[in-house]
Design a binder for this molecule. Structure first.
Ligand code: KG4
Ligand code: ZN
Length: 360
């Protein structure tokens, strides 16, 4: 089955064509980073307008790369939520119009499910190795930080999530505090590699708590205090690099420790790390190292599959289309919702949250 995917939940307008076995035939992403950079974050109204301008050119480009053009398509998948409603509506309306005009089935995809299944995308290179089910997934992006057990495309259980900021949000806020600009994650990552992670003692949030939840806002506040304590003129390049290194080391330690604890708890020796923060070099290196020591195989999809893209939406949608599902023109957007098909609030998962976790 060949599926057109459309993604417009935040600040990327994206379209892709993917085969239901994961092969990526076309993958186009129009980023709005420069549009939002002066504001230090995504401005919803500007995002929606930019999606309006970009959606037709982006879909057209994706289809132009497809041998056989739009006649080769078997279905359409579009991000339904969570995300910015004005932004989501642009993609959903485009998907509906396209499906209606071509007489194709249309399915809505939960953006988070897209991220969790992105590890199955095949781009024809060394990154194509993907885990069998079940696997534990750490999803860390600008909007989400959570751990899941993924048993199939339709059976996904949330094991724990952040109580406040997402990991990427913390990176962005710390970068802003240090005057590094937006988005901050890649810049903190680069500077952390040059800094001394021991110079500024910072808390390791929730590290000692016996659950699978995260919290990053306290760490961000601790960084703000360290910066405020500095003498005027002390915040030079080497000091900024040292703060980045200390902050990143603590975030990475907590993410890796809890991910491996989830693997041990569920007896699943496969860990997937996905979302924009999975690009972090410190996180990749530490997860591989600690995973090897714990006997856990760690999978980190390539950057193009980790950040927001439409290939993951097409792949996740294809799994629904293969089952004959079709949401049709009644498809609606949602801004916030628990993960579809997730049993995160079941008594069982509450029990897991409060039970003692084995050390990873
Ligand atoms: O998945 P994504 O592209 O968009 C969302 O759905 O949020 O993730 C973007 C987030 C931003 O917060 C960005 O600062 C962070 O991922 N990020 C990084 C790195 N590259 C991107 N954070 C840490 N280190 C990186 N190298
Ligand atoms: Zn995302």
């Amino acid at each position: 089955m060949i599926v057109l995917g459309i993604e417009s939940s935040c600040d990327e307008t994206a379209a892709a064509v993917v085969v239901s076995d994961g092969r990526v035939l076309a993958d186009v992403v129009a980023s709005q980073i420069e549009l939002h950079a002066p504001y230090g974050g995504v401005v919803p109204e500007l995002a929606a307008r930019a999606h309006m301008e970009n959606i037709v050119p982006v879909v057209t480009r994706a289809l132009a790369e497809l041998p056989g053009g739009m006649a080769a398509l078997d279905g359409v998948a579009v991000t339904q939520g969570p995300g910015l409603v004005g932004a989501l509506l642009v993609g959903v309306q485009a998907g509906k119009a396209f499906a209606l005009a071509r007489g194709l089935p249309l399915v809505g995809v939960n953006h988070l499910v897209g991220h969790l299944l992105a590890v199955h995308l095949k781009r024809g290179d060394a990154s194509d190795a993907s885990p069998e089910y079940p696997f534990i997934a750490l999803l860390v992006s600008g909007g989400h930080s959570a751990l899941y057990e993924v048993r199939s495309p339709f059976e996904i259980e949330q094991l724990g999530q952040t109580r406040d900021d997402a990991a990427g949000e913390a990176f962005d806020k710390v970068a802003k505090l240090l005057g590094l600009g937006y988005p901050g994650g890649p810049r903190v990552d680069r500077l952390a590699a040059q800094g001394n992670p021991k110079r500024f003692p910072l808390p390791k949030p929730m590290a000692s708590k016996k659950n699978l939840e995260f919290s990053f806002s306290g760490l961000k506040t601790a960084v703000a205090h360290r910066v405020a304590e500095l003498e005027p003129g002390q915040l030079d390049d080497s000091c900024i690099a040292d703060i980045c290194a200390s902050f990143q080391r603590n975030v990475v330690e907590v993410l890796v420790q809890k991910s491996l604890a989830a693997c041990a708890l569920r007896g699943v020796p496969r860990l997937v790390i996905t979302g924009g923060v999975a690009a972090n070099r410190g996180l990749r290196a530490r997860a591989q190292e600690a995973g090897a020591a714990a006997g856990v195989a760690v999978f980190v999809p390539p950057f193009a599959s980790c950040t927001d893209n439409a290939a993951m939406i097409a792949y996740a949608g294809a799994q629904r289309l293969l089952r004959g599902e079709d949401d049709g023109p009644a498809l609606e957007v949602f801004s916030r919702s628990p993960l579809l098909g997730v049993t995160g609030d079941s008594p069982a998962s509450k029990r897991y949250k409060s039970s003692r976790l084995p050390r990873a």
